[in-house]
Design a protein around this ligand. Sequence first.
Ligand code: GCB
Length: 608
Amino acid sequence: MRKAIFCLLLLVSNIPASAQEDLIINVDARTTTSLNGTWSYIIDPYETGFYDYRYKERRENDPEAYWNRPVTRNRWDRVEHGYGDKYTLQVPGDWNSQAEVFKYYEGSVWYQREFDLKELPENKRVFLHFGAVNYEAHVYLNGKKLGSHKGGFTPFNFEIPVGLLEKENNFLVVKVDNKRHPQEIPTVNTDWWNFGGITRDVNLITVPQSFVQQYALQLAKNQEVNTTKDQYELRGHVKLNQLSTAGNLTVEIPELKVKQQFKISGDSLSFSLNAKNLELWSPQHPRLYEVILSYNGEQIEDKIGFRKIETQGKDILLNGKKIFLRGISIHEEIPQQMRRAHSKEDAMQLFGYVKDLNANMVRLAHYPHNPNMTKVADSLGLLVWSEIPVYWTIDFENEEVVKKAKKQLREMIIRDRNRASVIIWSVGNETPVSPVRTSFMKSLITEARAIDNSRLISAALEVGNENGVFRIDDPLGEFTDIVAVNEYLGWYGGLPGDAKTAKWEVVYDKPLFFSETGAGAKSGFFGDKETRWSEDYQEWYYQEQVKMMQRMPDNFSGLSPWILMDFRSPRRNHPNYQEGWNRKGLIDNEGNKKKAFFVLQEYYGSIE
Ligand code: GCB
């Protein structure tokens, strides 16, 4: 009977059991030792530490391999590499912003640090977890390779084999390579800076032999949601690292007086809970509940909000009510310091501007941002669009490339499935229409839904323009939940005033969303409104856009203009106006608001 109920739950659960990555989620709630801080480095453009002079990968115990500690026993011993205090980088952090030699560097850098442990863990498993490394990482501990990972914006971890950890002087080396390649995700061509390095936190995680690796808890999908109702069904799914012969999982939500125990046998469990007096999460009321999962001596605490996102015909509904997304796009960058954002403070700074704009939504472009962004968004009540870097023209024909994209998609979703703020998973941006591209993108959508069918799926689609009539019939629109396009009328064609007569036609009965619209302006440069790069031009652009938004058909469900702040881009080379910056920010690289900021702020304020 119990088995029957369990199978039934699997069938009806909105959290499918197919997530098979080894990723450990919610690192903050685990027993960890931080390995952030000062690391030594070697810049290795020829990859000498990895390949020998015949260009063969070095053997593990090769003393010249950079993952091995250089040893000199005699005065005459020849050693040609080493780590020292003279060359150091801070982790987390991109390397580009930390020393002038790295500004444009794309290639291999070896990171090294030593660490001691208070005590050697007994009868525990230990994992080395990275929040993100851009792009390819090879990880070695005490001369042994733990593994490698590709993908610059998603987390990964490796188990440390028993007996390898020492109490003192553990020698940890990571080879990081941010070279761009045609068969990677993203590919060689993007409009952002290719910040390299160990850009997010590094932690040792100690867990019991059998432990909860991943979990998801959310409102059961097919129940009605409204403001008067206060009893809801929650559905959960837990994945263990290994088969358990029999163990108990306790799920607690103290504020809702929920405490229930479930038996797990096998390596996963789907369950259902009833919660009385539950307040739904929303931008106006970003209610988060403390959730405690206990299993095999480990307690994992999380803060989870419960809300429902869906589409109904041409509308987006949040908790059963139509919502308009007053969004803004952001890159994961602190332009004042020309660096990647990574911390909670960085997230607070960026979202401070977002709140000031009267926005209720952010498009985290064009790759998964660090976990502080979605956590802070949860607590501030900002809705999130989260995306993988399937950007422009990637190698759609290549089976290996599909696999790489799917892997990044899984890592993004599994990490953030418990963030109420995330309402949209995006599978890509402005990919050119062709049958092979559409089947590639469709397979990503299928993958995303298989892991999480409780959120909306989108992508920035292609749009055609014939004499001011914008028609969206991109075949990918058949498979996405919302029809999103990037639109630059008056910047990449025509003048801002052309928006006055623009017409929009969508062949799908779905919500329409402008995932981008924008114009460049050099902060502090004023002219008449027709002078390109002036703040006046950008202001005019926004004024015309706002008027157009106000008369859009009723499928129009929101926008996330391009972009909150000026950001670094090697494609932007005008010597006076750009100097390596994409200037479409509403705020410049020093934090000053441009005139257009106030146009959007007023528009959003008027529809708040
Ligand atoms: C786009 C891209 C975005 C670019 C932007 C621009 O359509 O999606 O990544 O930065 O246009 O500024 O041209």
